[in-house]
Design a protein around this ligand. Structure first.
Ligand SMILES: [Zn+2]
Length: 360
C-alpha cells in the first residue's frame, strides 16, 4: 500500500471504564521510525487474559498501564510501512503475525532464547496498546513472523497466544512419553483444540484423553482432532472415570489448561514419572494443594509453562503453513470491531466455544 493512503487517524476500540463496553473512537496513526513497522490489522483475537484486563483485576499489577487502553495481544496483519533501519526483506504487502511477548531490554533470559520470561516484559494489549485498532505500530521488526502461504490471515492471530502457549506446553512432555501412555488435555475450548493437535502431531504413539465439564466443548474439540477417549468431569466419580479411561494406568502427562480446581484431582491421577504441565490462568490468585509424598515417591514432575518463545512462534506458523495443524477450525466466531465487547462478555460468561477473532 502506498504510504500516502495511510490515514492520519484510524478507528480503535477503547477500554475506558472497567467491565463497561469498549468505546469506539479514533487514534493517531504512528508512522514507523528506525526498527519499527506499521501494519494494517487483519485479525485481533480475544483471549482470557483480555477478560482479566477488561475486568480491571490486573490493574494493580500494571495491566493496563493506563486508561483509555486498546486491548488484544493476538494480532495478524499486512505490513504497510517500515522504519529506515528495517531490513529490505520486510516490506509493505507482507502478511505477518505479531509475536506479542515482547521485552524492553535484552537480559540473560532473552539471550538464552527464553523470550517468554524476560525481566522486563511489555505486551501489546496487556501493558501497552494492542490490536483492537485498524493500524498497529510494531516496536521492532524482530517481532514479526512472515505469514506468506497462510490463506486465512485473521484466523492466524490466535496462534500468537492460544496456539503458541499450548505448543510450548505439549513440547514439555518430550522425552517422557512411551507408546500406549495416556495423556490428558484438561479444558477443551480453543486452547484444548490446539493442544490435542500438537499431541497428535508430536506424540502419535500415545492415547489422548480430553477432559471438560461441558459436552459442547468436548464435541467442539472432537470436531477438530480425534481423541482416544474423553471424560466429562461434571458428573460422577472423577477418579473412577480416570482409572477406567486409562485402564488403571493414570496419566503419564497432563496439560492443564484450566488451573482452577483441577490440580488436586489430575496431579493425583499422574502415573509414576508423570509430568503435569500447568498452563491455565483461570485461577489467578488460587492456591491448590498437591501431595509431597506422592510427588516424591512416584517421581512426578509438576511444571509451569508460560506462553512461548519467539523461536517457537516461528515453528507454530511453519506448522500452520505446512498444513500440519488446523488453525482455522479453533476459531469459533469472527466479529466486527464494534462487537469486541460482546466477545469479551461471551468469554467472561463461558459462552465462547473456541477462539474469537475481531476481523477488519
Ligand atoms: Zn492470551
Amino acid at each position: 500500500m502506498d504510504k500516502n493512503v495511510i490515514p492520519d487517524k484510524h478507528r480503535a476500540a477503547f477500554l475506558v471504564n472497567f467491565k463497561s463496553p469498549l468505546e469506539m473512537g479514533y487514534t493517531d496513526t504512528i508512522m514507523p521510525e528506525g526498527d519499527q513497522v506499521l501494519i494494517r490489522v487483519s485479525g485481533a483475537g480475544i483471549c482470557h487474559s483480555d477478560v482479566h484486563v477488561w475486568e480491571g483485576i490486573w490493574y494493580k499489577g500494571g495491566s493496563p498501564g493506563k486508561l483509555p487502553h486498546i486491548q488484544s495481544h493476538e494480532i495478524s496483519g499486512i505490513v504497510v510501512s517500515t522504519g529506515n533501519s528495517v531490513p529490505e526483506r520486510i516490506k509493505p504487502g507482507d502478511p505477518v503475525l505479531v509475536y506479542p511477548w515482547q521485552w524492553l531490554e535484552d537480559d540473560r533470559y532473552t539471550a538464552a532464547g527464553l523470550t517468554n520470561i524476560p525481566d522486563r516484559p511489555v505486551v501489546p494489549g496487556i501493558n501497552i496498546h494492542g490490536g483492537f485498532q485498524e493500524y498497529f505500530p510494531v516496536s521492532h521488526y524482530r517481532y514479526l513472523i512472515n505469514a506468506t502461504g497462510i490463506e486465512d490471515l485473521p484466523a492466524l492471530a490466535p496462534l500468537s497466544c492460544g496456539g503458541l502457549t499450548t505448543y510450548r506446553a505439549v513440547k514439555k512432555l518430550g522425552g517422557k512419553l512411551k507408546p500406549d501412555d495416556y495423556v490428558a488435555v484438561v479444558g477443551l475450548g480453543g486452547l484444548g483444540s490446539y493442544a490435542l493437535q500438537y499431541l497428535r502431531l508430536l506424540f502419535p504413539q500415545v492415547n489422548i484423553i480430553g477432559a471438560d465439564i461441558r459436552n459442547d466443548s468436548i464435541e467442539f474439540a472432537e470436531g477438530i482432532c480425534r481423541m482416544d477417549g474423553y471424560i466429562n468431569s461434571s458428573s460422577g466419580d472423577i477418579n473412577k472415570m480416570i482409572m477406567e479411561t486409562t485402564r488403571g494406568h493414570g496419566f503419564r502427562g497432563v496439560i492443564d489448561l484450566v488451573g482452577r480446581g483441577t490440580l488436586p484431582t489430575y496431579s493425583r491421577a499422574l502415573a509414576k514419572e508423570g509430568i503435569y504441565v500447568m498452563v491455565g490462568l483461570m485461577g489467578t490468585g488460587v492456591q491448590e494443594p498437591i501431595s509431597p509424598f506422592f510427588t516424591v515417591s512416584m517421581e512426578k514432575t509438576i511444571a509451569g509453562s508460560y506462553v512461548g518463545t519467539l523461536s517457537e512462534q516461528h515453528e507454530v506458523v511453519d506448522l500452520a503453513r505446512k498444513g500440519l495443524i488446523n488453525y482455522i477450525k479453533p476459531v469459533s466466531s469472527r466479529m466486527d470491531l464494534e462487537d469486541a465487547s460482546e466477545g469479551l462478555k461471551n468469554l467472561e460468561d463461558g459462552k465462547a466455544l473456541g477462539r474469537q477473532v475481531v476481523v477488519f
